[in-house]
Design a protein around this ligand. Structure first.
Ligand code: ATP
Ligand code: MG
Length: 255
């Protein structure tokens, strides 16, 4: 497997009115091509801060981060970010939103149309391509955001609570869509989620962070996204081995 990202002893300190706040402490992590990594932990423990470092939006106070062997400096279209609230362009329709990055990079019209159609199909929005984004439901908007990122063909998808604002049914539906996309495209995913169930269901590895300052308490490998392909999602989530792993992860968070 190829190493995509290597985080070594990453710490992030913020200067606040009350003094220095240590948000992330001594995090090391290796991300390989095709991994699906989830990060779980209590609210305010430094998860988004860590994702901002990986995205290149924030420099760590200590430690190094290598992107395919070279020091990561700044954001890149190789690392596509999906936020909790989809940041779409309201003056563009669905198709134009998905085409935006391609247009910015000067990709020709024919190729743009092909890539946009392919990715709208992937998130099942082909029939909605002409709609304005504010005419869509929250789940549909999030699917546009995912299609827009995929259109740029990044190596890594960085997702910060992408399904956090959605109802349970829509959330489960989008989990399965994401799983399908991950299997099809073999992209690498780093997902932050408050849902331990979501993390275990989707990932190959779950990293559990502590309360502030956020340290990695434990990495738990999970088999469900790779070894249970023929089992339905509801069924997987009620398997004894699934429930046992969920309790194990929760015990780190609550202890
Ligand atoms: N730019 C900033 N300046 C100062 N403090 C910050 C900044 N960004 C985050 N923090 C602080 O760092 C800590 C970690 O914040 P972060 O947003 O990374 O947590 P989180 O784990 O993503 O939380 P949540 O699960 O609620 O999204 C918090 O105490 C927050 O107040
Ligand atoms: Mg956060």
């Amino acid at each position: 497997m190829d190493k995509l990202l290597e985080l070594s002893n990453i710490s992030v300190d913020f200067t606040t009115k009350k003094g220095t706040l240590s948000a992330v402490k001594d995090v090391s992590m290796t991300v390989e091509q095709g991994d699906f990594i989830s990060i779980v932990g209590p609210s305010g423990c430094g998860k988004s801060t860590l994702l901002n470092v990986i995205g290149g939006f924030l420099s760590p106070s200590e430690g190094t981060i290598l992107d395919k062997g070279t020091t990561l400096n700044g954001p890149s279209s190789d690392r596509g970010v999906v936020f909790q609230k989809p940041a779409l362009y309201p003056w563009l329709n669905v198709e134009q939103n998905v085409a935006f990055g391609l247009k910015m990079r000067g990709i020709g019209k024919q190729e743009r149309i092909k890539v946009v159609q392919e990715n709208l199909k992937r998130v099942q929005l082909t029939d909605f391509s002409q709609m304005r984004t504010y005419e869509l439901s929250g789940g549909m908007q999030q699917r546009v955001a995912i299609a827009r990122i995929l259109a740029n063909d990044p190596d890594i998808l960085l997702m910060d609570e992408p399904f956090g604002a959605l109802d349970v049914l829509t959330r489960e539906h989008l989990q399965d869509e994401l799983l399908k996309i991950w299997r099809e495209t073999q992209k690498t995913v780093i997902l932050i989620t408050h849902s331990v169930e979501e993390a275990i269901y989707l990932s190959t590895s779950v990293y559990i962070m502590s309360e502030l300052p956020g340290k990695i308490l434990k990495e738990v490998k999970t088999p469900f996204s790779t070894e249970y392909k023929d089992v339905g999602s509801r069924e997987i989530k009620s398997l004894p081995e699934f429930v046992k792993l969920r309790e194990e992860v929760l015990s780190y968070i609550w202890s």
